[in-house]
Structures are given as structure tokens and as C-alpha cells.
Design a protein around this ligand. Structure first.
Ligand SMILES: N[C@@H](CCC(=O)N[C@@H](CS)C(=O)NCC(=O)O)C(=O)O
Length: 81
């Protein structure tokens, strides 16, 4: 099982799209990090990912940006058909 963290903030429409997939499929294994409330998470996103853009999914510490790519990864790796 991969270590999964989603960096997001609640008013971001791209984040909402990803969060909907997470909620609809009960993907509880993903730790959610709201960068507007958690300064440590915000700093970690910028340091590791290189930019303050959300959503970003860390997969075993590797950042994956772009909501469409994140949704595709979730559907390919976690969502049961
Ligand atoms: N193409 C990107 C767009 C992501 C995007 O524009 N996110 C905005 C928030 S809605 C962002 O992080 N902007 C930088 C900032 O707010 O500092 C995606 O689909 O994930």
C-alpha cells in the first residue's frame, strides 16, 4: 500500500473534483492536508513539489500535480470496478 497524501484547499474547484472521487469511493487511506490551515503542509508542498499548486497527490513522497492526472491515478490504482 502506498503512502498517500493529498494537498488541497477547500475552495479550489480542481481540488473539489479530486475530493469527490475520494469521497464517492471511500478512499480513507489518503491523508488530506489543507494547505490553508496547515503551514507545515504548505511548506512541504512547495519544498518537495516545487510550487504552491493544488491539488497535489504525494505518492510515497513523489508529487503528482494536475487534477485530471490525479483522478486517473486514483481510478487506475484504488477504485474497484
Ligand atoms: N490544471 C490544474 C489547475 C490547478 C489550479 O489552478 N489550482 C489553483 C487553485 S484552484 C492553485 O493552486 N493556484 C495557486 C495558488 O493558489 O497559490 C489542475 O487541474 O489541477
Amino acid at each position: 500500500m502506498s503512502d498517500l497524501k493529498l494537498y488541497y484547499f477547500p475552495t479550489c474547484p480542481y481540488c473539489k473534483k479530486v475530493l469527490k472521487v475520494i469521497e464517492n469511493n471511500d478512499l480513507d487511506e489518503i491523508e488530506l492536508k489543507n494547505i490553508n490551515q496547515d503551514q507545515e503542509a504548505e511548506a512541504e508542498l512547495i519544498e518537495v513539489g516545487g510550487k504552491r499548486q493544488v491539488p497535489c497527490l504525494f505518492i510515497d513522497g513523489e508529487p503528482l500535480y494536475e487534477s485530471d492526472d490525479i483522478v486517473d491515478w486514483l481510478k487506475s490504482n484504488l477504485v474497484q470496478d
